[in-house]
Design a protein around this ligand. Structure first.
Ligand code: NAD
Ligand code: TDX
Length: 332
C-alpha cells in the first residue's frame, strides 16, 4: 500500500490516522475532504508536503472519486457528518454525505478494484440498558436511533452489499466514542473542557447517567491500520478499549482536574432519543488480529487531552461563542 486515500482526513479522527500513516509507514497519503465546519486544515498542516496532499472535494462527486480512487492502492473512508445533535436539527447533510457519499465511493472502488476500509460507529447497534451484562459484538442486530446513526448504519449495509454482490474488497470497523486532540468543541468532552477553561459550567444532558465507551483516537488509528493490513475481506471488526464511563463521572473528572467543586455543572435539556449506553466487546479484533489499545488509562488520557485544549486555545477560541449560542438556543 504505497498510496492511500483518506476521506475526511481533515476531521478529528481522520487527521489522527493521517498522522499515524506518516509516523508508522512509508505510504504517500492523499486526503480528500470537503472542509465542512468540522474540518481543520491545521490538524494536518505540520505534515511533510512530499508525504501528504489535500484535495478539497465532496465524496459524493462521483467523477472526482473515480479519478482519485484509481490513483491509489487503498481507501480509508472517514468522511461523514458526525454529530448526533446536528442530525436532529437538520438530517439532510447526513443523508447526502453518509449515504450518497458512501455510495459514490463504493461505485468508484468497484470500478477500480481498490481495497476499501469503511469507518463506522457502535451507534448502529442502538443502545443497551445500564445493567445489561452483554456488550455489542459483530453479530448484534442493527437498531440505530438517530438520523446520524441510521445513515451510518445504511452506509455499512451498502458496503456489505457491494462486497457480496460485486466482490468489492472491503472491511468495516465500528468503533466506540473517541476522545483526544483536534475534536470539535461541539462534542461532549471538548465542550465541557472549554466551558471550564472559560470559567463556565459543564452542561449535562438529562441526569448524566448515559454511558459511553471511551477510546483514545490514537488507539482507533492503530486498530484501523491493523484491520487494513491484516483483516479478512468482507469482515466487520468492533473497536473498543473497555472505557465505559457515565457522563456525570466524566464531567466530575474534568471539574476535579481544574480544582472546581464536583457539583459545579448544569443539567440541561436532554437530547431527543438519547441513547442510554454503548459498550463494545472487541474480542474478535484482539484475538484474531492481535490488536490491543495503548491508552488503557482513561484518566491519564483525559488529563492529556485537557492540557492539549489549554495549549491550543487559538484553534478553538474563534468557534466557541457560536457553538455555545447554538446550544443555548435549544436549551442545552
Ligand atoms: P468529524 O466531523 O470531526 O470529521 C469529518 C470530516 O469529514 C470533516 O473533515 C469533514 O469536512 C469531512 N466531510 C464531511 N462531509 C464530507 C463530504 N461530503 N465529502 C468530503 N469530506 C466530508 O468526524 P470524526 O469524529 O472525525 O469521525 C470520523 C469518522 O469516524 C466518521 O465516519 C464517524 O462516523 C466515525 N466515528 C466517529 C466516532 C467518534 O467518536 N467521533 C466514533 C466512531 C466512529
Ligand atoms: O453538551 C453535551 N452534554 C452532554 O451531556 C454534549 C455535547 C453531549 N452530552 C452527552 C450526550 C452523550 O451521551 O454526552 C455524550 C457524548 O455526546 P457526543 O460527544 O455528542 O457523542 P455521541 O452522541 O455519543 O456520539 C459520538 O460517538 C459515536 C460521536 O459524535 C459519533 O460520531 C460517534 O459515532
Amino acid at each position: 500500500m504505497d498510496h492511500i486515500l483518506v476521506t475526511g482526513g481533515a476531521g478529528f479522527i481522520g487527521s489522527n490516522f493521517v498522522h499515524f500513516l506518516v509516523e508508522h509507514t512509508d505510504a504517500k497519503v492523499t486526503v480528500v475532504d470537503k472542509l465542512t465546519y468540522a474540518a481543520s486544515r491545521e490538524s494536518i498542516a505540520d505534515l511533510p508536503a512530499d508525504r501528504v496532499s489535500l484535495v478539497v472535494g465532496d465524496i459524493a462527486d462521483q467523477p472526482l472519486m473515480e479519478r482519485l480512487v484509481a490513483e491509489h492502492d487503498a481507501v480509508v473512508h472517514y468522511a461523514a457528518e458526525s454529530h448526533n445533535d446536528n442530525s436532529l436539527a437538520d438530517p439532510s447533510p447526513f443523508v447526502h454525505t453518509n449515504l450518497i457519499g458512501t455510495f459514490s465511493l463504493l461505485e468508484a472502488v468497484r470500478k477500480a478494484g481498490t481495497r476499501l476500509h469503511h469507518i463506522s460507529t457502535d451507534e448502529v447497534y442502538g443502545d443497551l440498558e445500564l445493567d445489561d451484562p452483554e456488550r455489542f459484538t459483530e453479530s448484534t442486530p442493527y437498531n440505530p436511533s438517530s438520523p446520524y446513526s441510521s445513515t451510518k448504519a445504511g452506509s455499512d449495509l451498502l458496503v456489505r452489499a457491494w462486497v457480496r454482490s460485486f466482490g468489492v474488497q472491503a472491511t468495516i470497523s465500528n468503533c466506540s466514542n473517541n476522545y483526544g486532540p483536534w475534536q470539535h468543541i461541539e462534542k461532549f468532552i471538548p465542550r465541557q473542557i472549554t466551558n471550564v477553561i472559560d470559567g463556565g459550567r459543564p452542561k449535562l444532558y438529562g441526569a448524566g447517567q448515559n454511558v459511553r465507551d471511551w477510546i483514545h483516537a490514537d488507539d482507533h488509528s492503530s486498530a484501523v491500520w491493523t484491520i487494513l493490513t491484516t483483516g479478512r475481506i468482507g469482515e466487520t471488526y468492533l473497536i473498543g478499549a473497555d472505557g465505559e464511563r457515565n457522563n456525570l463521572d466524566v464531567v466530575r473528572q474534568i471539574l476535579a482536574h481544574f480544582g472546581r467543586p464536583e457539583d459545579d455543572f448544569d443539567h440541561v435539556t436532554d437530547r431527543a432519543g438519547h441513547d442510554l449506553r454503548y459498550a463494545i466487546d472487541s474480542t474478535k479484533l484482539r484475538t484474531e488480529l492481535g490488536w490491543s489499545p495503548r491508552f488503557g488509562d482513561f484518566e491519564k488520557g483525559l488529563a492529556d487531552t485537557i492540557e492539549w485544549y489549554q495549549a491550543h486555545e487559538a484553534w478553538w477560541r474563534p468557534h466557541k461563542d457560536a457553538v455555545e449560542a447554538s446550544y443555548a438556543a435549544k436549551g442545552q
